[in-house]
Design a protein around this ligand. Structure first.
Ligand code: MLT
Length: 408
């Protein structure tokens, strides 16, 4: 008799973004004349930049000729991309990460979920509340939790991020084995200073924990001195895995390319208490279950690190950050309390008069025809908040803000 993985039955409703999509489709079907502006899911709208497109075309052309055609590539990614990442994202910034520590993948969503598989079921996981839902849902899927109970899964250590603590989690009172951190933060748009990250690195070292550090939004950091990588902190190579992505950095949400960094120094423990290097486990997982990202996509991703590519990508990020600035200003003028949006493409807004997140979602959709994401969808501590993403085009961003300003 085939048995399903009953952990899936513990999951609540649908995954957040498809659920929003469903509600929006219903609204559009009932109101075909309304122009809906989408600021819900953090999906980019600006096209791939010229250098990336050129490299992408070249990659496809190579696949079209017998002499340059490529079949399976290395599961870890092509050396040219791993080397470009090691140099540009790390070594040029004084961080000692080598190409061999870098694993190319088709997305940080997949990697942050898949990484759980190389760690035992009895690991205790800590996540922020609110949080990017993938960390919680994949923890449930991988069998590391009990049931869902009043907004929380039993067995997960939740670290509330509220206005009172500046949306920065305190160290947990119960010691976790794995700690998910995301900076710049999705959904709250906050960043962690060097001191803040050092506190976590030291804590992980003291407790033999591992930090799963999602830096998918690092390219949006505008302020000096904010770390772009956890490896800027001394000792982090011993305690952290870092996830980065080309999705938001270079418009690859539809093209798919990301990478995960697992340094040689990172160790976990076997059941006898002996320390074992983590990297070979991730390598084994990837080479067994993954056949790499397509060659043209990896060529396109490498072009992000050319002189032209860097310039072009920076301009696109500046465009989204200008959207964020406009949104922050307009929402503040409209009387909302607004957070984030300076070093991140997300604006975290407090609803007025204690309105619930989903009530605000309905109000904004029905009356302003704008889609955002209810804060409570990211966790109970997000109740009463709402997330707007800054990835729409400029005209839509301005129109959406005008409509929200006119809400009664
Ligand atoms: C989000 O809106 O939180 C992100 O776009 C989702 C993702 O990157 O998977």
């Amino acid at each position: 008799m085939a048995k399903i993985n009953e952990n899936y039955l513990k999951l609540q409703a649908g995954y957040l973004f498809p659920e929003i999509g469903r509600r929006v489709s219903e609204f559009v079907a009932a109101n075909p004349d309304k122009k809906v502006i989408k600021m819900g899911i953090g999906d980019v709208t600006q096209p791939l930049v010229p250098s990336v497109v050129k490299a992408f075309h070249e990659g496809v052309d190579e696949m079209a000729k017998g002499e340059t055609f490529k079949g399976y590539g290395p599961e870890q990614g092509y050396a040219f991309l791993r080397e470009a990442i090691a140099k540009n994202a790390y070594q040029d910034n004084g961080i000692d990460i080598s190409a061999d520590d870098i694993f190319i993948s088709d997305g940080s969503k997949c990697d942050t979920g898949n990484i759980q598989e190389i760690f035992g079921h009895d690991n205790k996981i800590a996540i922020c509340d609110p949080v990017y839902p993938v960390y919680a849902d994949t923890t449930v899927m991988s069998g590391k939790t009990g049931n869902y109970n009043s907004g929380y899964y039993e067995g997960i250590i939740y670290m509330p991020c509220t206005k009172e603590n500046g949306f920065i989690p305190n160290l947990p009172t119960e010691t976790p084995d794995l700690i998910f951190l995301c900076y710049p933060n999705n959904p709250m748009g906050t960043v962690a200073t060097k001191e803040e990250l050092k506190k976590w690195v030291d804590y992980a070292a003291e407790n033999n924990s591992i930090i799963l550090y999602d830096a998918a939004y690092e390219a949006f950091i505008t302020e000096e001195g904010i770390p772009h990588s956890i490896y800027e902190i001394e000792g982090a190579k011993e305690v952290a895995i870092e996830f980065r992505s080309f999705s938001k950095t270079a418009g690859f949400t539809g093209t798919r390319c990301a990478f995960t960094v697992v340094p040689d120094e990172l160790k976990a423990f076997d059941s006898s208490g002996k320390s074992v290097a983590v990297k070979p486990f991730w390598n084994r997982r990837q080479s067994t279950k993954f056949n790499g990202v397509s060659y043209p996509v990896q060529k396109a991703a490498a072009a992000v690190y050319t002189e032209e590519g860097k310039k072009e990508v920076t301009e696109v990020i500046a465009y989204y950050l200008e959207n964020a600035r406009i949104m922050k200003e307009s929402l503040t003028e409209a009387g909302y309390e607004v957070f984030g949006g300076v070093n991140a493409p997300y604006i975290w807004v407090k609803t007025k008069n204690g309105m619930s997140s989903w009530d605000f979602f309905d109000k904004v959709l029905n009356e302003a025809n704008v889609v955002g994401t209810p804060g409570s969808g990211f966790g109970p501590a997000g109740e009463g908040y709402f997330r707007f993403s800054a990835f729409a085009d400029r005209e839509s961003t301005m129109e959406a803000m005008e409509r929200i300003k006119n809400l009664k």
